[in-house]
Design a protein. Structure first.
Length: 697
DNA sequence: GCAAGGTC
């Protein structure tokens, strides 16, 4: 076989698009070898375009000693299948790549032109293609459009970007050294001292994320609520009642509030001013993954990880564009009109799509963020082959309507503020109305703005004051993070990436560091942060990421080297791990205690409804191997209370008493089914309750 | 198996 040009891409979709763009006839040949797809294109020459599947190489411990020891500083790069279980497909994938590289006489790296993409291509060329990294050319493109890809191919960069590659390798190695060594230190201290085995972990992203949550817990715990008062005046106009709020709300003391109310009581109000303002709401910007995850949480309550897997499915069905993007831009090359035309074939979107198509010019309201490899998320225009259901249906609809909305005109809201003077004190009434619907019409029902109607007030008019309302309130502690706000916080500090943030939050749940949707930190989570703050404060600080980024930038500029940074990392970790070992007893005790408390908490349902002094606990019978709820006083011989529990599914304490009989309840969840609440009282008339009825969040 | 990162 004659030689050909070998092009490596980061993922199958990119290989498909590149091959088609390069092929003279615009239609490359798709071949499959051992289940792995690749493409052949002709463009004066034969081009074989082969995808990889993200990282097929990773950092791992070198040498034979693999046991549970730390610190470990000898690392190497190895194929993923040697490191990870269930990675057989990656072994075959590499075989296919190697085979296709053998006959090639020219090599081109066409992976995403970013940090990770650069290492992905480099490792394939170096390890799977036989040291071709030094002769390979680099194809640099920023969108997967035909014109851009052809341009990129015709103006190849002569070399790989070795400085970028070196910084990427450093990022992987530093993360591995910190993450693995500190995770082992935590796990082993707990095991050796307390005898508990639990996988504990931390890292450059997990650390600060957990610390945000712990800091919030500390703020909440240390919060001192202070009372305050608010005043409202009941106004009557045209036989309708309105509540005008006092301008100087909140009022600090009860005395002051009562004094103000007293002066106003029984007096007439005079309209002091009527101000009208127009509020312009620009259309939203296109979705990047983070924004879509936030919006899906607000609109449907979907956790970021669900949105992430759902968008991946929609992408694989070709219904939406590539979802793991940080871009808020929609370049014209995606073909706005074509997409709208295709969507208009769908009954649900027909009217809105046609309305946009009637516009003289389509211009999306783009956001600031861009991504070197992908545009924002948009519907491709393809209609689903079978009807979408559940999360797929909802998220697809959200993506389509957002796509429509970014082309819409600004919405205009009219805000009317009426100031009413009652014996020298000012009160305001606010009316709100949407006067120009603009893009809101396209984004319905995902952005609801309520109208607050107000009758016509005129300056100098007299109004009746029916009464005054005093309300005693207390300041609230800062709210717990939700999956949405936590994700935003991570983005704000630039830790993790759009593809990993949701998963890292999930890891914190899996480790038992956090629980509940309004995130609470467990004793274990607090103990982990406590330990790390003492022994390795850098790994729980967002500064760490910033420093690493600086060092990587220095490498790119040739001012630093990977060797020097790794050497410094090792030096620091030697000190940290020595300290941890010296203090292993204290560390292990603290973590074990927290783990033990967590285990007890997971089993404790509530106070015993029979003896009232013990606690009901989930117990596994040694005789029958069945579980039941039993009183802790059983072991003292003072209470024999025991109640049956379902034998299947996961049982957790609900932390709520039954709304109907006040007995303790548990939360039961069967795999793939909704959770429900079970009251333990055998005589309760509402033994089985829905989550909402029971008042559980 | 522990990280974080890419991909299906």
């Amino acid at each position: 076989m004659e030689g050909y040009t070998f092009v490596i891409t980061e993922k199958p979709d990119a290989a498909y698009r590149i091959a088609n763009a390069l092929d003279d006839k615009g239609k490359a040949e798709r071949l499959v070898e051992k289940g792995i797809p690749y493409f052949i294109a002709y463009r004066k020459e034969k081009i074989v375009v082969v995808p990889t599947l993200g990282h097929l190489y990773t950092v791992t411990q070198s040498g034979k000693e693999q046991g549970s020891r730390y610190p470990v500083f000898n690392i190497k790069w190895a194929p993923l299948y040697q490191v990870k279980r269930k990675a057989d497909r990656s072994r075959i994938w590499l075989q296919v790549i190697s085979n296709l590289a053998r006959e090639a006489n020219r090599f081109i790296d066409a992976c995403d032109y970013d940090l990770e993409g650069s290492i992905i291509g480099y490792c394939i060329l170096k390890y799977a293609c036989g040291e071709k990294q030094s002769v390979a050319k680099r194809m640099k493109y920023s969108t997967l459009t035909k014109e851009e890809l052809q341009r990129a191919y015709d103006s190849l960069l002569p070399n790989l970007n070795f400085a970028l590659i070196e910084s990427g390798l450093t990022r992987h190695e530093v993360d591995w050294l910190y993450g693995v060594n500190l995770s082992r230190a935590l796990t082993l201290a707990t095991k050796r001292i307390g005898g508990y085995y639990a996988t504990l972990s931390t890292g450059r992203v997990q650390g600060p994320t957990l610390k945000f949550l712990v800091e919030r817990e500390r703020d909440i715990a240390g919060f001192v609520p202070t009372p305050y008062w608010t005043i409202k005046a009941q106004i009557t106009k045209e036989e309708k009642q309105f509540e005008a709020t006092y301008k100087r709300n909140p009022v600090k003391t009860k005395e002051e509030a009562e004094k103000i109310a007293e002066t106003c009581r029984g007096k007439k109000g005079i309209v002091e001013s009527v101000e009208e303002k127009k509020l312009i709401l620009p259309p939203p910007v296109p979705f990047d993954l983070g924004e879509l995850q936030s919006e899906a949480y607000s609109s449907f309550g979907y956790l970021p990880i669900l949105t992430s897997t759902t968008t991946q499915q929609l992408y694989l069905e070709a219904l939406i564009s590539y979802p793991r993007t940080g871009s808020q831009k929609l370049p014209p090359q995606i073909g706005y009109e074509d997409i709208l035309k295709k969507l208009s074939a769908w009954h649900e979107y027909n009217r809105l799509a046609r309305e946009l198509l009637a516009e003289p010019k389509l211009k999306p309201n783009e956001g600031k963020k861009s991504d070197p490899a992908h545009p924002a998320i948009y519907p491709t225009g393809k209609l689903p082959e079978k009807a979408l259901v559940g999360a797929g249906k909802n998220i697809f609809d959200l993506v389509v309507r957002r796509f429509f909305a970014v082309f819409g005109s600004p919405a205009i809201r009219q805000i009317i503020r009426v100031t009413i003077n009652i014996d020298g004190e000012s009160f305001t009434l606010t009316g709100k109305k949407t006067v120009e619907e603009g893009w809101l019409r396209f984004y319905n029902p995902y952005r609801k703005l309520e109208d607050v109607p107000l009758p016509l007030f005129q300056k100098g008019q007299e109004v009746e004051v029916e009464g005054l309302i005093l309300e005693n309130k207390v300041t609230q502690p800062p709210p717990r993070y939700s999956p949405k706000t936590l994700l935003q916080k991570m983005e704000e500090h630039n830790i993790g990436t759009k593809a990993t943030r949701a998963g890292i939050i999930q890891t914190l749940y899996d480790r038992g560091y956090i629980r509940d949707e309004k995130v609470m930190v467990s004793e274990l989570g607090v103990a982990v942060i406590d330990t790390l703050e003492k022994f390795c404060p850098s790994v729980v600080s967002v500064e760490f990421t910033r420093q690493l980024e600086e060092q990587m930038e220095a490498i790119r500029q040739g001012k630093e080297t990977k060797e020097r940074i790794i050497a410094r990392t090792i030096e620091n970790l030697k000190e940290v791990t020595t300290n941890l070992k010296v203090n292993e007893k204290a560390v292990g005790e603290q973590l074990s205690r927290a783990l033990q408390m967590a285990k007890i908490r997971q089993k404790t349902i509530g106070s015993c409804p029979i003896c009232h002094s013990g606690k009901l606990s989930i117990i596994q019978s040694k005789k029958t191997n069945k579980r039941f709820a039993g009183c802790t006083n059983y072991f003292k011989g003072t209470c024999k209370a025991a109640f049956p529990l379902p034998q299947r599914g996961i049982i957790e304490p609900s932390e709520r008493v039954c709304y109907s009989c006040k007995w303790p309840t548990v939360q039961v969840s069967l795999r793939g089914k909704k959770r429900w609440i079970l009251c333990l009282n055998p005589a309760c008339l509402n033994k089985i309750q829905k989550i909402k009825e029971a008042g559980v969040k």
